[in-house]
Write a protein that binds this ligand. Sequence first.
Ligand code: DP6
Length: 353
Amino acid sequence: MTSPTDPSHVKFVATAPSNIAFVKYWGKRDAKQQWPANDSISMTLSASTTETMACRSSELFDSFTFGGQTITSATTPNHKVFSQIERIRQTLNIQGHLSIASKNSFPTGCGIASSASGFAALTIASAAALTGCATWEELELFGVSRERIASLARQGSGSAGRSLYGGYVRWSRGSSAEEQSIRPIFAPGQWALADVIVIFSDHEKHVSSTEAHKAAWGSPLFEPRLAGLSERLHLVSEAIESRHLSNLGAAIEADALEMHAVAMTGAPAVNYFTPETTQFISWVRSERTSGRLPAWFTIDAGPNVHLICDPKQLQTVTNRIKKEWPQAKLIVDQTGTGPTLHKVTKSSGAHHD
Ligand code: DP6
C-alpha cells in the first residue's frame, strides 16, 4: 500500500526529443570518458520523443519497462540502462533503486535511432526521482544543473547530451575530456526548419554507432575530415544565424557523405547505406537541380534519410516523395524546444514545468 507521502507514490515524467546532427559526432578521442573526436552541431526535434517515467522503488534492484517487456538489474546488471542509472546514482551520491517505464512517440522498429531521446529522458527522469525535484529550478537549487544532466546523458550515449536543449546545440570537445561542453547556440525561434524522415528500412542497424565510432580511426579519410571540420562548423553556424537554407543544405550534405565515407573506409568498414539510400540521395539532388524539390539530406548511422526544408515547402516535398517513393514511410518533424519534466502524484495530478 502506498500513501501520498510514500516516495513510490510520486512519478517523475521526462519527455525528451531526438535531435538530428548537421555536423556529425563521429569518432571518440576517449571512449571511456565519452570525449568526441570533433565538435558537433544538431537541431533538436519536436515530434520524435521518448517519455520516461521514474519512481523510487522499495525493491533491491532497478527495473525498466519498454514495449511491454520488463528487465531488472538483478538479472541483467550490465545492461546500458542500468549502467546509466548507476552512474547517475554515483555522480549525485544518492542511494535508492528506481522503477522506470519508457515509451517512444514514434513506432519502435521504424528505423529511427532512439538512443538520443532515450538516454536524455532516462537521465532527466532518474535524476528527478533520486533527488525528488520535479522542476528544472528545483534541480538547479539542488545542485543538479541542466549542464550536469547533459553531461550525464552524454556519458550514456553521446548524442543524448544535445537533446537536453531546444533549438540548435553545439557539443564542443574542448582541449580535454573535462573541458568538453554542450550548449545551445541558437534558440528554437531563430529558425523553424522541417525534417522529413524518409524510412526505407525498419531493421535494427547491424553495427551500433558505438562500434562504428571505434572503426573510424582506421579510415584514411578520418584525419582529413577532422582537419576540415572547423570550417564546416563555422559555415553551419553562419547559415543558421543568417537563415541561409542552401548554404546550410550544402554543408549538411557534405558532412553526412563525409561521415559515411569514413564509416565505409573504416577498419572494419561499415556501410549503413542500402541501394535505396543511394538511389534516393541521387534523386534528391537531381530533383533539386531541376527546381522540384527544395530540400537537403542528412543521414545518421542507418539507411534512412532526413530531408531538411522550409516548413512552407513541406507539402511540396512530401507530395513529391509519396509519388516517387511510395514504399517509404514518412515522419514529419521540425525544430523543437527541448525536454520537459513534471511529476504526477495519485492524489494531486500533474505539476508541469
Ligand atoms: C551518426 O550517440 O549513438 O548519430 O555515444 O556511442 O552512444 P554513442 O554514439 P551515438 O552516435 C551518434 C552518431 C550520429 C551522429 C550524431 O548524432 O552526431
